[in-house]
Write a protein that binds this ligand. Structure first.
Ligand code: SAH
Length: 208
């Protein structure tokens, strides 16, 4: 049953403009049901966000795929993710890049995802419990940065921890709505492009 639903989801993503076959294949290989609570498992391959506890959500598969596609990842890339949440987006990225560094500010989610990555034998994700807006200075620079919680602006740390030529993708709050923005750093100048409307949980400071 899950397999039929999974194939349907992959087709739906392709029809919605996810043309990169490496991304579709990464989504096919990652068992999304492992990243969500038991009572929602029958909806694991519906193209919707789902609750994961602590008032947080696992992102909608289309949004995961879209943001991943905007990142233009290659297998040599070192990626920073802010907002591990369920760990699903990190797992998808781990199939496409060399290493993923992911930061979560809620302790219970951080602990849960460490166990899932271990269970799935994913060894190229490094996790950290902290406020992600401070970045991860011991691991700089990053080729790509993805932020999966909505913010009105990017922190100074994020802007300085990305490589020249690097790409940052984040939901940005603009005039009471959220949009996905892709930033490219070229000769130390950020160029931005605006994409789809989205609905993410807020990006908050500090830890809990
Ligand atoms: N990438 C996730 C999306 C989870 S929702 C997934 O695939 O499931 C966003 C997550 O960002 C939440 O878990 C929230 O606690 C976390 N978050 C919000 N602000 C943060 C910050 N400043 N630093 C680290 N994590 C943050």
């Amino acid at each position: 049953m899950l397999d039929v639903k999974k194939i349907r989801l992959i087709l739906e993503l392709r029809e919605s403009g996810i043309s990169d076959s490496n991304i579709l294949s990464a989504i096919e290989r990652i068992p999304r049901e492992k990243f969500i609570p038991d009572n929602f498992r029958n909806q694991a391959y519906d193209n919707i966000a789902l609750p994961i506890g602590d008032n947080q959500t696992i992102s909608q598969p289309f949004v995961v795929a879209k943001m991943t596609q905007l990142l233009e990842i290659n297998p040599k890339h070192k990626i920073l993710e802010i907002g591990t949440g369920s760990g699903y987006q990190s797992a998808v990225l781990s199939k496409l890049a060399r290493r993923v560094y992911t930061i979560e500010r809620i302790k219970s989610l951080f602990v849960k995802t460490e166990n899932i990555f271990r269970e799935l034998k994913i060894s190229n994700i490094v996790t950290k419990y902290a406020d992600g807006n401070l970045g991860w200075k011991e691991q700089i620079p990053f080729d790509r940065i993805i932020i999966t919680a909505a913010t009105p602006f990017l922190s100074k740390e994020i802007l300085t921890q990305i490589n020249d030529g690097g790409i940052i993708v984040s939901p940005i709050i603009q005039e009471n709505k959220q949009v996905i923005v892709k930033y490219k750093k070229i000769n130390n100048v950020l160029k931005s492009e605006i994409y789809d409307d989205v609905l993410f949980v807020p990006n908050l400071s500090g830890t809990e």
